[in-house]
Design a protein around this ligand. Structure first.
Ligand code: PMP
Length: 844
């Protein structure tokens, strides 16, 4: 069967879009067939889309065409008679074009008394599509309540737009199911007239008002189906409100709604075609299947069902017919879910997490429900945490994690294993970005901390005392590192350790300039950021501290050239670039650097925040070349991953030069740096590393892991390299998408009707340049997406957690706790092999 559909733009912007399509379509035809006066003459309807062959889930077939009447609702309201005339003319044109049924979208049905007047004169059956629209809105509400595990009985819902046909039939469906409703009508209407539309038995279940503001306070569910749109003010909705917005134009404006995290606005009048439905364009991924307006879908479904009958017209729709069209639609593969909000798919978990808003006033949580620190959770740990994180920490990060399926909440941690809130175990190859060298909750460190706490030991007493455990830790660290290290400044993070090192070097030197390496990472406080060799971390914070100089990593000549000026106080260097993508320099680079520092009087600050504490198989990575730092930074795993700590070590000579006078000895300090509790944990951590087995394990298991992964990677072009040392390893990706977009555009430009090459040629230079830039960037993003998919698959398919490095999104870091067993390493190798195979559809 064949259908026609008359749509109209629901906003001025959409009208301009239709206008643009019209212009492009006619120009294309002009390019193809030459100029004709008829082509460029006035049209009643603008052709929008042809569906040449829709095949439904049952195998039924239909075809049809959607056209636009190029008037907004407002414009139609201004001249309803003329608009109706144009709709009728359009319906007749469809009939003449062999359509068997015509559907009317939005106002094109309202201007003719909801389809009645068009049906009266049209030679083919007519539907407003409002039954399926109402069904979709009704179902969305029921679905939402189901996800929130709320019973339907006694729920209050606002229905805005009563007694419009959609609002009215949804009202009847809900009343039948026992809901209490607050019906919002046009101001000035008489209550008795309004109630006439409902059987008397339901009158007790409804309240009426011409002002929706009367109801905001008592309700958190709303169904909005006005014809004019814009009736709901999102700012006034109660926290936790969920609006099913069926109206077109919308009743809740997108921009204002998106400013609130504690409300959800659902696209109410839409359905999505399942994978079983074919609309054409599937293989190019351009089939129009999602978020179809249900009024159009109703027309399609009637055509697929072979029912050329006038289905939904007039104000009063039949509830049975509404439920029935929903069933028929489902049979053909058209469903109200997945549910979306302004076109973005809504996670059931997000909706479910709103349950707590609906409970706080009335229902107390049952005693068995989980708690975090005494705070009651009303759905479950994952949903609640996700919502709180999104609302109060970082919504963009929440989206990022969610898209990549990395939005787990872990509730247990032990050794190499993390357990999520659903009870699934994961091998942790991220290990807190290297702060868990002994694994999660290492028993001996935990015990030391527990003993400290139950022993009522003093933690932070400040400079009115000398901390016992911290002083002992300073001694132990100096002994452990050797190399003339005699003084330690304690802080709370890696970046603070670097900060202290820069200040120490400046205070000890007649010069102030600090040299650092390209692609290095030293932290994100202003000083450490200033010596971090990656612009993407710095660009929003300029200007940073003056006097920093960047040299290429692993290039002794460049280093010497920079030092020859003899005005450099210090060089800050990672022995292996960690966040830069795990780059191990050539043998001799560190020794050469040490010699240059000696020759030119430059202090060598080694940042072993990530490489230290046994990560590469030795206590310090610089131990491999036997190179001594002048100033050494440690952090991350120093306290066994149990609490923040940073340490900056220096010789007596340097420290005295910087701070060894009565004016200077307190020039740098920190309230929380040097607490006895963190030091107690650090002492236990040093004990655990002292017997050497953990570091030997890091070396052996790490080296075998690197060799095994390397063997696999040889077969796959998309793996650049497996690199690193000990258990500081990385996989670099080389999934090249360059020129992909240009090639695709070329294909389309050549094959699509019209002269796109000519259009491209006459684009202004700046537009062309911007488009090319956008393409290049997008291609770069594709490589990153590929790499992230790898991360996702390792976690989802194999229960192994990995992540990217901070400076490069095409490098996956493999930095498990150093206690990783050979079996666990083998598990990783086999997972890696599987994921490589899965991702290897394309080999260059
Ligand atoms: N230096 C290095 C070498 C690091 O890898 C890091 C963190 N990845 C830092 C400094 C900064 O440490 P934090 O995040 O604790 O400030």
């Amino acid at each position: 069967m064949q259908f026609g559909f008359v749509a109209h733009p629901t906003s001025v912007n959409l009208k301009r879009y239709v206008k643009m399509l019209d212009l492009v379509q006619r120009s294309t035809q002009d390019y193809q067939s030459g100029y004709s006066q008829e082509l460029w003459s006035h049209q009643n309807l603008i052709p929008f889309m042809n569906f040449d062959r829709i095949v439904s889930a049952t195998g039924a077939e239909a075809s049809g065409q959607v056209c636009y009447l190029p008037l907004t609702a407002k414009e139609m309201l201004k001249n309803p008679r003329l608009s109706l005339k144009r709709v009728i003319e359009g319906a007749n044109d469809f009939a003449a074009d062999a359509a068997d049924i015509v559907g009317l979208g939005g106002f094109t049905s309202i201007v003719g008394n909801r389809g009645i007047e068009v049906a009266n004169v049209s030679s083919i059956p007519v539907t407003s599509g409002n039954s399926l629209t109402a069904y979709a809105g009704y179902k969305a509400l029921r679905q939402v309540m189901k996800w929130m595990q709320l019973p339907s009985a006694n729920q209050r819902v606002i229905i805005a737009g009563y007694p419009g046909s959609i609002a009215l039939v949804i009202t009847r469906l809900l009343l039948e199911s026992g809901f209490e409703l607050d019906l919002v009508h046009r101001p000035g209407a008489k209550p008795s007239d309004l109630l006439e539309h409902l059987p008397e038995k339901w009158h007790k279940q409804v309240r009426l008002s011409g002002d929706i503001g009367d109801f905001y306070k008592d309700n958190r569910f709303l169904v909005a189906a006005t014809s004019a749109g814009g009736i709901i003010d999102p700012k006034r909705l109660s926290p936790g409100s969920i609006v099913i917005d069926v109206a077109l134009p919308r009743d809740v404006a997108e921009s204002a709604a998106l400013q609130r995290e504690d409300i959800i606005v659902i696209d109410g009048g839409c359905v999505t075609a399942s994978d079983d439905v074919r609309m054409g364009g599937e293989s190019l991924n351009i089939a129009i299947k999602q978020q179809l307006n249900a009024c159009l879908a109703e027309t399609m479904v009637l055509a697929l069902e072979g029912r050329a009958e006038t289905y939904s017209i007039g104000r009063t729709l039949d509830t049975d017919k509404v439920l029935s069209i929903g069933k028929i639609a489902a049979k053909h593969g058209f469903f109200p879910d997945p549910i979306s909000s302004y076109g973005r798919r809504l996670e059931p978990a997000k909706v479910a997490s709103f349950r707590r808003y609906h409970h706080t006033t009335s229902v107390a949580p049952s005693p068995g429900e989980p708690k975090i620190n005494g705070t009651k959770l009303y759905s479950n740990v994952h949903h609640d945490t996700a919502l709180r994180f999104r609302q109060h920490i970082n919504p963009y990060l929440a989206d990022f994690l969610q898209t990549l399926h990395c939005d787990r909440v872990f509730t247990k941690a032990s050794g190499v294993v993390l357990t999520d809130s659903e009870g699934r175990d994961y091998l942790d190859f991220v290990a807190g970005y290297g702060c868990l060298n002994l694994g999660h909750n290492p028993p001996k460190v935990v015990k030391a901390v527990q003993d400290f706490l139950v022993g009522d030991n003093p933690n932070f007493v400040q400079y009115i005392s000398m901390p016992q455990q911290t002083s002992l830790l300073a001694e132990r660290l100096c002994e452990r590192v050797g190399n003339g290290m005699r003084r330690v400044f304690f802080s709370n993070s890696g970046t603070e350790a670097v900060e202290a090192a820069i200040k120490l070097a400046r205070a000890a030197s007649p010069h102030y300039k600090i040299l650092h390496a390209e692609n290095s990472y030293h932290g994100k406080t202003m000083g450490a950021l200033s010596v971090t060799g990656r612009d993407k971390h710095k660009r929003y914070f300029l200007p940073l501290i003056p006097g920093t100089l960047c040299v290429p990593f692993n290039d002794l000549d460049a280093m010497e050239t920079a030092m020859q000026q003899r005005d450099i106080a210090a060089l800050v260097l990672e022995p292996i670039l960690g966040e830069g993508g795990v780059h191990v320099p050539s043998e001799g680079y560190l020794r050469g650097t040490r010699e240059l520092c000696n020759r030119y009087g430059v202090m060598l600050i080694l940042d072993e925040v990530q490489t230290g504490m046994g990560r590469t198989g030795r206590f310090l990575a610089s131990d491999w070349e036997g190179v001594d730092a002048d100033i050494l930074c440690l952090s991350k795993s120093l306290s066994g991953g149990l609490m923040p700590i940073g340490a900056t070590l220096a010789s007596t000579e340097i420290w005295d030069r910087a701070y060894g006078t009565s004016d200077r000895f307190l020039a740098h300090s920190s309230t929380f740096g040097g607490g006895n509790l963190a030091s107690t944990a650090a002492l236990a951590t040093l004990d655990a590393l002292d017997d050497g087995t953990v570091m030997a394990n890091a070396h052996q298991v790490g080296e075998k892991l690197r060799v095994d992964l390397n063997a696999i990677s040889q077969q796959y072009d998309f793996i650049g390299e497996i690199r690193g040392k000990g258990m500081m390893l990385a996989v670099s990706f080389d999934a090249n998408f360059s020129q992909a977009i240009a090639a695709g555009a070329h294909e389309f430009a050549t094959r699509l009707p019209g002269d796109w090459h000519m259009t491209w040629k006459f684009l202004p230079d700046q537009v062309r340049k911007n488009l090319l830039d956008a393409m290049n960037r997008f291609e770069g993003t594709l490589s990153e997406m590929f790499c992230m998919r790898f991360v996702t698959k390792l976690a989802m398919d194999h229960g192994i957690l990995t992540f990217l490095t901070a400076n490069s999104s095409t490098v996956i870091r493999l930095q498990p706790p150093l206690i990783l067993s050979q079996d666990q390493a083998n598990r990783f190798v086999s997972a890696f092999r599987d994921v490589c195979r899965d991702m290897s559809t394309f080999l260059d």
